[in-house]
Write a protein that binds this ligand. Structure first.
Ligand code: DC
Length: 210
């Protein structure tokens, strides 16, 4: 029923898209791509060169020379990597450079892709689009617990302020801003744990595919 199907999972930072998309992919037998990792890897490469992630030429060169190994790096998460990813993601040439890879990935056998613009730009024809949200306070709480769980020292107020900054940067950029596709199904996970979010999302996907 789902072979070749593309499922778009978009939403703001720390809304639980990744966990949800990965589980949906496993349940539906589809490959999974975390597209945020592509922007994270580009941002990291720029930082490695000691350059500014807002520098369009540096960021485009990094995007064009990305390799699969870059996506395996252990340093793609954390405040610096988060903001660098969001900064390079606002550069049109970076987005263009990453578009073919994302489309080829999904086209081959179908896939679940999570990101910000999967349903609006990368796969506007996807038969199933979920837009996953949660309140900013709840997203900050989850990100704080995740950081602590990984042994990273974090300050709750600072985590929330970084999420607000990233929301603003991702939603207000002129190119492919974060926004739900007109035909997306909205899933607010503020009051749902990961299991309840998954069960609800799977039901939404099945309803769309019927
Ligand atoms: O999903 P994430 O938090 O790992 O994404 C990191 C950054 O990359 C995010 O701030 C916005 C950007 N991004 C994007 O612009 N488009 C995507 N499809 C995925 C991520």
């Amino acid at each position: 029923m789902t072979a070749g199907t593309v499922i778009a999972v978009d939403g703001p930072a720390a809304a639980g898209k990744g966990t949800l998309a990965r589980r949906l992919a496993a349940a539906l037998g589809l490959p999974y791509l975390d597209t945020g990792l592509l922007y994270r890897a580009v941002g990291r490469r720029v930082l490695d060169r000691g350059a500014d992630p807002r520098d369009a030429a540096e960021a485009e060169a990094a995007a064009r020379s990305l390799t699969p190994d870059d996506l395996e790096r252990p340093d793609l998460r954390g405040p610096m990597a988060d903001m660098a990813a969001s900064a390079v993601a606002a550069i049109p040439a970076v987005r263009a450079a990453l578009l073919d890879f994302q489309r080829a990935f999904g086209r081959e056998r179908g896939a679940v892709l999570d990101g910000r613009d999967i349903g609006t730009v990368v796969f506007p024809q996807a038969p199933v689009k979920l837009f996953v949200t949660a309140s900013v306070e709840e997203r900050a709480r989850r990100r704080f617990l995740e950081l602590r769980g990984r042994g990273v020292a974090a300050d709750a107020a600072q985590v929330e302020s970084e999420i607000r900054d990233r929301d603003a940067q991702d939603a207000n950029r002129p190119v492919a801003p974060l926004r739900p596709a007109a035909d997306a199904v909205m899933l607010d996970t503020t009051a749902l744990d990961a299991e309840a979010a998954f069960v609800t999302a799977l039901e939404m996907v099945r309803a769309r595919l019927r």
